[in-house]
Design a protein around this ligand. Structure first.
Ligand code: FES
Length: 332
C-alpha cells in the first residue's frame, strides 16, 4: 500500500535550526509498520532522516514516537491502522523531552527522574545465604508493572509534564511503585517521604493519557494512585493532595454525592484565606455560568446504602487488608 508520511524534522546542524514538516511517499506491505516505512524512507529516499530503533519487536522501547499525535511504538503500529483514507500519517519525536535530531529525543531527563526514585531493592536484616526470596503470591500484583520497557511513551503524552517539568512523571513513578510494593523492600517510610514531595505522586492529574498510550499495559496512573494510598498509610497526610482525598471520601460517605462547595474548604482549610482568595475567580466563573454548587447540600436517597459500603470496606481493611485499589492492570 501507498502511504504518505509527514515527518517532523529538526537538524541542529542547520544554519538556523528550527523544526519543519517533510512529506515522503512510500510503498509498504499491507502488514507493514510505521517503523518499516521510516526505515524504507531512510534507506531509499533520504539518508539524513534520523530515528532510533533496535529490536523491531516491541521489546527494546527505542522506537517510541508520536504517530498521529499520540505516543506509540513505531514497530508495533501498522501503517494500515493509522493511514486513514489516504490522509498523511504524522510522525513526530516523543513529547516532553528535548529533541536531538528529527525523531531522536534526548532521554537524559527521563533517566534522571527514574534514578531519582531509587529504582533498586533496599533490603534490611541479615543477608540470606542465597538470595532474597518472595512468594509468587506476594509478587503477583507486580506482574503488570515489570512489563515496562522504558520507552517513554507515557512521559511523551503526560499532560502534567507539559506544564511542569519538575513532575517525576508516570514512568519514574511506576518504577517507584515496582520497588516500593516489592515485599523484599524495607525502605518504605524513606521512599514514601521521597514520593510525597513536590513533583511526586500528588502532581498527577489523572488524565489517563499514560494508561492509554502505554504499549505494555503498565497503567502508570494506577501505580501512582496505589503509591498515594501507601503514602497516606504511612501517615503522610499533611499535603493538599492527601487532604483532598480524605475530604472527598468523607463527603461521599456522609451524603452519597460530592459537595463541591465544601471540598475545597476542607482541602485547603476553612481559615486558609490566601488560598481561598486564589480560588475566588473559579467560584465567580462557576457562578456566571450557573455551575455553582448549591449552598444547601442534600444527601441522595438511600444514602444509608453508601454508608454501609464504607463500613464494609472499613471492616475488610481492618480485617485481612484485602481491599485495595492496587489492582493488576489489564494485559497489553
Ligand atoms: S524497535 Fe524495539 S521497541 Fe520498537
Amino acid at each position: 500500500m501507498q502511504v504518505t508520511l509527514k515527518v517532523r524534522r529538526y537538524n541542529p546542524e542547520a544554519e538556523k535550526p528550527k523544526d519543519y514538516w517533510q512529506e515522503y511517499n512510500v510503498e509498504v506491505e499491507s502488514a507493514g509498520t510505521v517503523l518499516d516505512a521510516l526505515i524504507k524512507v531512510r534507506e531509499e529516499t533520504d539518508e539524513t532522516l534520523a530515528l532510533r530503533c533496535s529490536c523491531r519487536s516491541s521489546i527494546c522501547g527505542s522506537c517510541a514516537m508520536r504517530i498521529n499525535g499520540h505516543a506509540a511504538l513505531a514497530c508495533k503500529t501498522r501503517v494500515s491502522a493509522v493511514a486513514h483514507q489516504g490522509e498523511p500519517v504524522t510522525v513526530e519525536p516523543v513529547g516532553n523531552l528535548p529533541v536531538i535530531k528529527d525523531l531522536v529525543a534526548d532521554f537524559q531527563p527521563f533517566w534522571d527522574k527514574v534514578r531519582a526514585v531509587q529504582p533498586w531493592l533496599q533490603t534490611a536484616g541479615p543477608e540470606p545465604e542465597k538470595e532474597y526470596l518472595a512468594s509468587n503470591e506476594a509478587m503477583m500484583h507486580l506482574a503488570g508493572v515489570v512489563n515496562c520497557i522504558m520507552c517513554g511513551a507515557c512521559v511523551s503524552d503526560c499532560t502534567v509534564l507539559e506544564v511542569d517539568k519538575n513532575f517525576l512523571g508516570p514512568a519514574a513513578l511506576a518504577k517507584a511503585y515496582r520497588f516500593a510494593a516489592d515485599p523484599r523492600d524495607a525502605a518504605t517510610s524513606q521512599r514514601m517521604g521521597l514520593y510525597n514531595q513536590y513533583g511526586g505522586v500528588w502532581d498527577c492529574t489523572r488524565c489517563f493519557e499514560c494508561v492509554q498510550v502505554c504499549p505494555k499495559g503498565v497503567a502508570p496512573m494506577d501505580r501512582i494512585m496505589a503509591l498515594r494510598e501507601r503514602v497516606m498509610a504511612n501517615g503522610l497526610k499533611d499535603t493538599y493532595g492527601a487532604r483532598h482525598t480524605e475530604a472527598f471520601t468523607e463527603i461521599i460517605e456522609h451524603s452519597g454525592r460530592l459537595d463541591e462547595l465544601r471540598l475545597p474548604l476542607k482541602t485547603y482549610g476553612y481559615t486558609n484565606i490566601p488560598k481561598l482568595i486564589e480560588l475566588m475567580p473559579v467560584a465567580i466563573r462557576a457562578l456566571a455560568k450557573r455551575k455553582s454548587p448549591p449552598v444547601l447540600h442534600k444527601s441522595i436517597p438511600g444514602v444509608e446504602n453508601v454508608k454501609r459500603i464504607f463500613k464494609k470496606v472499613d471492616q475488610l481493611q481492618k480485617g485481612d487488608g484485602k481491599v485495595s485499589t492496587e489492582k493488576a492492570p489489564p494485559k497489553p
